[in-house]
Design a protein around this ligand. Structure first.
Ligand code: ZN
Length: 82
């Protein structure tokens, strides 16, 4: 009984070690510092990112871009009414 349990535990530990080794071999997201477990990642100006962080980053960039465009647009269209 105990033997059986130990066997399972050993297998579990081996599995954990294999999992750790696999995680160690994965690139780390520069944003959340977690190993990227998906098959794909995103190479950004800030380094490799996991999908989730890349989305957040893209939204940030988009927001900044829109803000810049809005500022330009406002400056170009701004008229004073006398
Ligand atoms: Zn991330």
């Amino acid at each position: 009984m105990t033997q059986h349990y130990d066997g399972n535990l050993a297998a579990l530990e081996a599995h954990d070690r294999a999992m750790d080794a696999w995680l160690d071999s994965r690139p780390v997201c520069t944003c959340c510092q977690e190993p990227i477990q998906d098959e794909k990642c995103y190479e950004t100006e800030r380094g490799l990112m996991c999908e989730w962080c890349a989305k957040e980053y893209a939204l940030d960039l988009a927001e900044e871009f829109v803000k810049d465009c809005m500022d330009d647009w406002r400056q170009d269209t701004e008229r004073y009414i006398e």
